[in-house]
Design a protein around this ligand. Structure first.
Ligand SMILES: Cc1cc2nc3c(=O)[nH]c(=O)nc-3n(C[C@H](O)[C@H](O)[C@H](O)COP(=O)(O)OP(=O)(O)OC[C@H]3O[C@@H](n4cnc5c(N)ncnc54)[C@H](O)[C@@H]3O)c2cc1C
Length: 310
């Protein structure tokens, strides 16, 4: 039986692997379909401490993986399909797309996938004028027009934040009023740089020859009328989907599907820990995910010592 299985290889999973590796636990890390996690989909990361010149997302993740391997973490490119707590010995059975593992403790670090509109060239545009993180990418769009899609608190917060950099922020929403809390909505709509575009959705992203965003085509959902807006970046703020389907109800989730912590980083199931964006709908940053991965690893060490005598 494994001491600990870490599910996910984003910032949270890799950091858990570094810490449990250094604690001589020989963690088994399951990478899923996106080895390196969300940061592999971006280019420049300017806010991860230790890189004053910035670092490319994929490079940062490869360095984290190498650091974990140095301390004995083992990686398998498997995707977890189910996990159960075994009543006889208190361990876990972790089933993947290729085989079955057993472990004394599990850290779930499977992230949350940003929702997108589902337009044809959307995936290719991520990092080239399409993103779901204003905190991460807002500073790259100084003195140019951008837009935010969405009408909730996140959309309002992102739009307001982006006015620090952008020359103009279009707030594109499907309805004729925001569903954000009153205070957030009022703050956004009072900002002279924010221009709401009501009852509308994006039907096409237009790019230049280099594949960078230059314009969006809009459709008014009431009249069917089409129009366009010149801009450099689309910030999609229509929510995230935490990657928890494989848990099958094992751990407690909040109303939006994020894993709830009950005791430190532990879930309501003894020995099952959660770290990173899968359990965080508030901060969703590389450094916070890494911090939670560290905390989960330290708690796994304590759990294995207390419960399994490791
Ligand atoms: C375009 C973009 C740019 C960003 N830029 C920045 C930035 O500049 N600075 C910053 O701090 N943050 C940035 N972020 C946010 C940052 O990427 C996330 O906060 C961080 O990656 C979260 O790490 P995580 O480990 O929780 O999850 P993720 O990075 O989402 O990793 C999840 C991991 O879980 C795996 N997984 C999922 N399901 C399964 C399964 N069933 N079985 C096995 N494995 C599974 C995936 O394969 C993946 O390896 C950006 C995000 C995006 C999308």
């Amino acid at each position: 039986m494994e001491n600990v299985i870490i599910i996910g290889t984003g910032c949270a999973g890799y950091t858990s692997a570094i810490y449990t590796g250094r604690a001589n636990l020989r963690p088994l890390v399951l990478a899923g379909t996106q080895p390196g996690g969300q940061l592999t989909t971006t280019t420049e990361v300017e806010n991860f401490p230790g890189f004053p010149e910035g670092v490319q997302g994929p490079e940062l993740m490869m360095k984290m993986m190498a650091q974990a391997q140095k301390f004995g973490a083992r990686f398998e490119y498997e995707t977890v399909t189910s996990i159960t707590k075994d009543v006889d010995d208190g361990g876990f059975t972790v089933v993947t797309d290729t085989r079955t593992h057993r472990a004394k403790a599990v850290i779930v670090a499977t992230g949350a996938s940003p929702r997108h509109l589902g337009l044809p060239n959307e995936q290719q545009l991520i990092g080239h004028g399409l993103t779901s993180c204003a905190t991460c990418d807002g500073a790259f769009y100084r003195d140019v027009p951008v837009c935010v899609i969405g009408g909730g608190d996140s959309a309002c917060e992102e739009a307001t934040f982006l006015t620090r950099f952008a020359s103009k922020v279009y707030l594109i929403h499907r309805r004729d009023e925001l569903r954000a809390s009153k205070i957030m909505a009022e703050r956004a709509l009072a900002n002279p740089k924010i221009e709401p575009v009501w009852n509308s959705t994006i039907i096409e992203y237009v790019t230049d020859a280099a594949g960078e965003m230059t314009q969006v085509r809009l459709q008014n959902l009431l009249t069917g009328e089409e129009s366009s807006l010149d801009l450099k970046c689309v910030f999609v703020a229509i929510g995230h989907v935490p990657n928890t389907a494989f848990l099958g109800g094992l751990a407690g989730l909040d109303e939006n599907g994020y894993i709830l912590h009950h005791k430190g980083m532990m879930t309501n199931v003894d020995g099952l820990f959660a770290a990173g964006d899968v359990a965080d709908h508030v901060w969703r940053q590389a450094i916070t995910a890494a911090g939670q991965g560290c905390a989960a690893a330290i708690e796994v060490e304590r759990y294995l010592a207390d419960v399994w005598g490791e």
